[in-house]
Design a protein around this ligand. Structure first.
Ligand code: COI
Length: 361
């Protein structure tokens, strides 16, 4: 992966780390942040002043355009530490490309690739103690960019801020996941921003997801906005279905996020000799398979959730429990993925990325 030498970064270190104060055994997802953050401003048509500084609040005017029009996109990545203390990332090139793709769709200027990688490497080297050894310990990386112009005309901002913050996490969900298939609400529409990691895509899901949670489900599986007949993705993850021995997932589209975990699992499953179909999936097909006992597994895949088995789904008021067989695809693929990410197993795909000072010195 290419990196380049830059002398432009301004670095300001914390006087005292907050690390000793953190209860790492009881982390809620995304509530604790490491000592440092990255910040860079887009002003007068260029990105300027890449800076790493202590994690701290921002001061913004009430008129700041992101508050009014939601011109913001983000990414989700993770850093892993192996038993020798080396920190790794997983396919960061994919997130770098996707944040710029998302930005383009939201009329946000693209962020330079070299600075994206320099910022990640520098931050993770500085805060490397926060990436703890041991399977399940991980630092979630949140790059994001938002409109900063103090102006409430409904137009693209002339200024932006690109930031990266880091959060030590364990698992995303507490316990097993049950989902409800959407019959009324939609996450995305053709020609819309569903394929972008736009902040508003997530806000739009909160209300229907709250309704689902009131009924005891953790997530909604979104269906196509026109007919609600086809399964698409869940709020924080792409979804895989195993019917008999075949693994099926929906193709990416205008409405579905091109998930990095999703595409990695497709390749890994093929590598394992598992038959994989990437095609449209009708809700009725899954219901029929569940009724015939042919629906062996449903699982979500995403950076935050990794691989998350679904224990039941609900459709038209009826619950369909899923009893996962012993030879579970989700367990196998999760193990293969984590072993690769934690540098426990060889990486036949070339996906592991070594975090190092050599990448910016
Ligand atoms: C991720 O998996 O990184 C995501 O972006 C999901 C997030 C909304 C928690």
């Amino acid at each position: 992966m290419s990196t380049s030498i830059s002398t432009k970064f301004k670095i300001e270190k914390v006087a005292k780390s907050r690390f000793p104060e953190v209860d790492f055994e009881n982390l809620l997802f995304g509530r604790v942040f490491t000592d440092h953050m990255f910040e860079c401003d887009y002003v007068d048509g260029e990105w300027r002043n890449p800076t790493i500084k202590p994690y701290q609040p921002l001061t913004l005017e009430p008129s700041t355009s992101v508050f009014h029009y939601g011109q913001a996109v983000f990414e989700g990545m993770k850093a892993y530490k192996d038993d020798d203390g080396q920190v790794w990332m997983f396919r960061p090139d994919q997130n770098q490309q996707r944040i710029n793709k998302s930005s383009k769709r939201l009329a946000i200027p693209e962020f330079p690739k070299e600075w994206f990688f320099e910022a990640l490497n520098r931050l993770l080297v500085m805060d490397s103690q926060w990436v703890r050894k041991g399977m399940g310990n991980v630092v979630y990386i949140r790059p994001f960019v938002f409109a900063t112009q103090p102006a409430i005309m409904a137009a693209p901002s002339t200024t932006y801020k690109f930031m990266i913050i880091l959060s030590p996490v364990k698992s995303y969900f507490r316990g097993e996941v049950s989902v409800v298939v959407a019959e009324h609400f939609s996450r995305a529409a053709n020609g819309g921003v569903g394929a972008a990691k736009a902040a508003g895509n997530y806000a739009g899901q909160f209300y229907p997801t709250n309704l689902a949670m009131e009924d005891g489900y953790q997530q909604v599986i979104w269906t196509d906005d026109t007919t609600h007949e086809h399964l698409e993705e869940a709020g924080t993850m792409n979804v895989f279905f195993r019917i008999n021995d075949t693994l099926i997932t929906a193709p990416v589209s205008d409405r579905i996020l091109d998930g990095v975990t999703r595409k990695s699992l497709i390749d890994m499953a093929k590598h394992e000799g598992i038959p994989v179909e990437v095609r449209k999936i009708k809700v009725q097909e899954i219901v029929d398979a569940a009724e015939k006992g042919e629906l062996k597994e449903v699982f979500g895949a995403g950076t935050a959730v990794t691989v998350s088995p679904v224990k039941s789904f609900s459709y038209k008021g009826k619950d369909y429990p899923i009893s996962v067989p012993e030879q579970s695809y989700s367990a196998l693929l999760k193990k293969r993925l984590l072993d690769l990410q934690y540098n426990i197993a060889p990486d036949p795909f070339g996906w592991r990325y070594k975090v190092s000072e050599e990448n910016y010195q």
